[in-house]
Design a protein around this ligand. Structure first.
Ligand code: GTP
Ligand code: MG
Ligand code: ZN
Length: 301
């Protein structure tokens, strides 16, 4: 049997769905224990037992990967070969701006572009909507596209699609913000299970458990990912956190010390820019919080 190239459309642990050149989805097992293909991976595979099953023989080199720690503290790769991270938030469940900042930093480190999606913008009577809208203005000011959508009323879906043309995008964000619902609104035929927000806990019930890649009719690929309650950036490795906050780049150019961490150093361009009102104090607080988290994860940072 000859080898073919394909792309991993979903990953269920020991089995993956590989999309072949014709666009058909082939359930595949792996040829070895060391092979760990994830959604978005380009793989070489060969058919087994006729055509309806396959064996993944090789994972081709990745452009990048989006990682996060799993419950046991090990690094979990959510998806590979992603060119755009779309951080979804909503007035319900209670928004977590620090989580948005961490995902935006992760996007910068993996060399992907990023944008912010405010979903459930139909919830006009929700007290949290207006403050969230105002908070997100800060992101447009520093250059991130901010798109207001409603998977319910279908508002904002055209600008969202326009933003995804030419990209492999991934929807990330808290559980229950409506990532799967957005995909359902764009691709009703995909019939993706979405969860009811339970009033008691505010958490989704039919929560997505595996990342899955879909093709958009308007152009581009979109990956739905399982939501999170928390996202600790264990996988930032040796990266300089300054690079995760794109608006720090210019002010950091005038720091006296090349290795300035923008905390207590004298003549720091970043802390000066915070004082001058050029950098948003809340973003600077996120930077400090993330720095502290990194210190706990790797002493001596
Ligand atoms: N009012 C309103 N409700 C929405 C909207 N989008 C999603 N919902 C509701 O929010 C709940 C959660 O939606 P999901 O699409 O499952 O959320 P998710 O982000 O995929 O959640 P996880 O898979 O757990 O990460 C469901 O009850 C949806 O009906 C929207 O635009 N407006
Ligand atoms: Mg989901
Ligand atoms: Zn500095």
């Amino acid at each position: 049997m000859s080898r073919e190239q394909g792309i991993v459309a979903a990953n269920f642990g020991r089995q993956v769905l590989v999309e072949n050149a014709e666009g058909a989805l082939i359930p595949c097992i792996m040829s070895g224990r060391k092979l760990r293909p994830v959604t978005g991976d380009r793989v070489m595979w060969e058919p087994l037992d006729g055509k309806n099953k396959g064996l993944v023989c090789e994972v081709l080199p990745r452009d990048n990967e989006l990682t996060r720690p799993d419950r046991r503290g090990r690094t979990d790769v959510l998806a590979a070969n992603v060119s755009q991270v779309m951080v979804v938030c909503a007035p319900r469940p209670t928004p977590d701006l620090f989580l948005i900042d961490r995902y935006l930093a992760a996007a910068a480190f993996m060399g992907a572009s990023a944008s912010v999606v405010l979903n459930k913008s139909d919830l006009e009577n929700e007290a949290g909507l207006e403050p969230l809208r105002e908070a997100l203005v800060e992101y447009s000011k520093i250059g991130y596209p901010v798109i207001h959508t409603s998977a319910m009323s279908m508002e904002g879906l055209a600008p969202l699609c326009a933003q995804m043309v030419g990209h492999t995008s991934i929807l990330v964000g808290q559980s229950g913000v409506g990532k799967s619902s957005i995909l359902n609104a764009l691709l009703p035929e995909a019939d993706i299970l979405t969860g009811e927000l339970s009033e008691a806990s505010g958490e989704g019930r039919h929560t997505t458990t595996a990342s899955r890649l879909y093709h958009l009719n308007t152009g581009g690929e979109l990956i739905d990912s399982p939501g999170v309650r928390d996202y600790a950036p264990a996988a930032f490795g040796e990266a300089d956190l300054t690079n995760g906050f794109i608006e720090f780049a210019e002010p950091a150019g005038s720091c006296k010390f090349a290795n300035c961490r923008h905390l207590h150093e004298p003549h720091c361009g970043v802390t000066q820019a915070v004082e001058d009102g050029v950098i948003c104090p809340r973003r600077y607080e996120s930077y400090k919080r993330l720095t502290r988290l990194m210190e706990q994860l790797r002493p001596g940072y």
